[in-house]
Design a protein around this ligand. Structure first.
Ligand code: KIV
Ligand code: ZN
Length: 511
């Protein structure tokens, strides 16, 4: 069997999903889980994007020991140097530098000639190689780039020291057969191709990211770049869980293995969903709630007689059913802290631990069985301290035939104010009341409610996506009462709008 390198970019490309920004602590939690799942390379961010990204990469580099930690960098001095600086503490560090190679990008975005682009790529790879031993070079928009040109720039980059060559289908334009053929052509035609691992990075604009990645593997690619739940720019990237399980389930075709511990897939999918506020659709392959549920009587009958009649994978192999009831109202602070430690959560201060523990006790009073998912949601909620807005009390009234109302007390910079409003339902009334107080002028782009665990006593996890002046933020709230969860999520989003953070987009500038 050949070995496939799994490169996870949830913390970089995944974070480029509008509204999916993560805090440093959240990134460290996800990175620790990716390490536990045995991901080979974790792209922790784009160091030059912002101080926040730089600090997150630094923290991930300190926390992770068994996976390579990587930073993205455009092919410019400042980006490459900043990436190396952020990665200083990493046990194994990689700089991933890139430049666009398609005619449309070179002419209109870079305003550079093909010769200048090759020169710049070689320069960037050499500069990165002087700082770290492991350098990856990407030909942005390779899916729409000319193969002759790709052969020239890749040969030169390998000569300059790149040991991984990434072929991204940046705009998700490729079709599996065509993309596989591209990889095969490059491997056959580039004289020094054997000195590098060829990688692919596929976007999902036509819903083909996983199919294109697998076709590339069948044609010689030995690294796949992917994200948990397929998160990523626009329609997202290839989903890690689908790539890994596709290769494993059809090992008869691929004869390819990965290091991934697949039993970690569902827990990490839930963690990423809870942290980013991007729910997983029920019919999503591998990690959707219905992925292993059989509704039709004929299917149920078949599965009961012989599981493999309708199941090609075992639910337990990807971590379904792994989460047990972990805690209850009698659990103490030490047990609470120990369980969160196992989930990769640590607290910066005793005060943060105390706040989280107090919330846990409140929850345990309402809900007897507390699962890992409840703890994840609880921690996501207490992630930010020193918020401008805090929900103090909420009273909602709805009755058939009457107009729903909500009355809230909200603390604004420590001073309590009351607000009250009517709405089409209690959630709408609560949002209107909060908005009357905050006067943010933000637009609600998305409102979604998800049950965190099964059972009617489950907490509802609410995501509210607000947009203001082009900035998009996702607020999260969880509670056994979904009106309260909704108000918390709206307030969380307002706090994020208040805190503001400016971040450069990796593909936004010339080079
Ligand atoms: O999609 C893309 O081309 C990228 C590169 C920066 C690798 O994300
Ligand atoms: Zn990408």
């Amino acid at each position: 069997m050949s070995q496939l390198v799994i490169f996870d970019t949830t913390l970089r490309d995944g974070e480029q999903s509008p509204g999916a920004s993560m805090t440093k602590d959240e990134k460290v939690r996800i990175a620790k889980s990716l390490e536990k799942m045995k991901v080979d390379i974790i792209e922790a961010g784009f160091a030059a994007a912002s101080v926040g990204d730089f600090n997150s990469i630094q923290a991930v580099a300190q926390a992770v020991k068994n996976s390579t930690v990587c930073s993205l960098a455009r092919a410019v001095d400042g980006d490459i140097d900043r990436a190396a600086e952020a990665l200083q503490a990493a046990e194994m560090a990689r700089i991933h530098t890139f430049i666009a190679t398609s005619p449309i990008h070179m002419e209109y975005k870079l305003r550079m000639s093909p010769e200048q682009v090759i020169e710049r790529a070689v320069y960037a790879v050499k500069r990165a190689r002087n700082l770290v031993a492991d350098v990856e070079f990407s030909c942005e928009d390779a899916g729409r780039s000319d193969d002759d040109f790709l052969c020239r720039i890749i040969e030169a980059s390998i000569n300059a020291g790149a040991r991984t060559i990434n072929i991204p289908d940046t705009v998700g334009y490729a079709i599996p057969e065509e993309f596989g053929y591209k990889i095969k052509t490059l491997l056959n035609r580039i004289p020094n191709a054997d000195k590098a691992i060829f990688s692919v990075h596929c976007h999902n604009d036509l819903g083909l990211a996983v199919a294109n990645s697998l076709s590339a593997v069948a044609n010689g690619a030995r690294q796949v770049e992917c994200t948990i739940n397929g998160l990523g720019e626009r329609a997202g990237n290839a989903a890690l869980e689908e790539v890994v399980m596709g290769l494993r389930t059809r090992s008869d075709l691929f004869n390819m293995s990965t290091n991934i511990d697949t039993s970690q897939i569902v827990p990490i999918s839930r963690m990423v969903s809870s942290i980013t506020g991007f729910p997983v659709q029920p019919n999503k392959a591998i990690v959707g709630a219905n992925a292993f549920a059989h509704e039709s009587g004929i299917h149920q009958d078949g599965v009961l007689k012989h599981r493999e009649t309708y199941e090609i994978m075992k639910a337990e192999d990807v971590g379904w059913g792994a989460n047990k009831m972990v805690m209850g109202k009698h659990s103490g602070r030490a047990a609470f802290r120990a369980r969160l430690d196992e989930l990769g959560v640590s607290f910066e201060s005793d005060q943060a631990l105390n706040t989280a523990f107090a919330r846990f006790k409140e929850l345990a009073d309402k809900k007897h069985e507390i699962f890992d998912e409840d703890l994840q949601a609880l921690v996501s909620e207490v992630r930010t301290q020193d918020n401008k807005y805090e929900l103090v009390t909420l009273q909602a009234h709805s009755q058939t035939g009457e107009i729903p109302t909500a009355k809230l007390t909200v603390s604004i910079e420590g001073k309590e104010s009351e607000c009250e409003s009517q709405g089409s339902g209690p959630v709408d009334a609560a949002f209107k009341a909060i908005e009357d107080l905050a006067n943010s002028g933000a637009n609600v782009q998305l409102y979604s409610v998800n049950a965190i665990t099964s059972g009617t006593d489950s907490q509802g996890e609410v995501t509210v996506r607000l947009e203001k002046g082009g900035r998009i933020v996702n607020g999260l709230g969880s509670d056994t009462d979904i009106v309260v969860a909704s108000a918390k999520a709206y307030i969380d989003a307002l706090n994020q709008l208040e805190s503001g953070s400016d971040k450069a987009h990796p593909q936004a500038h010339a080079v």
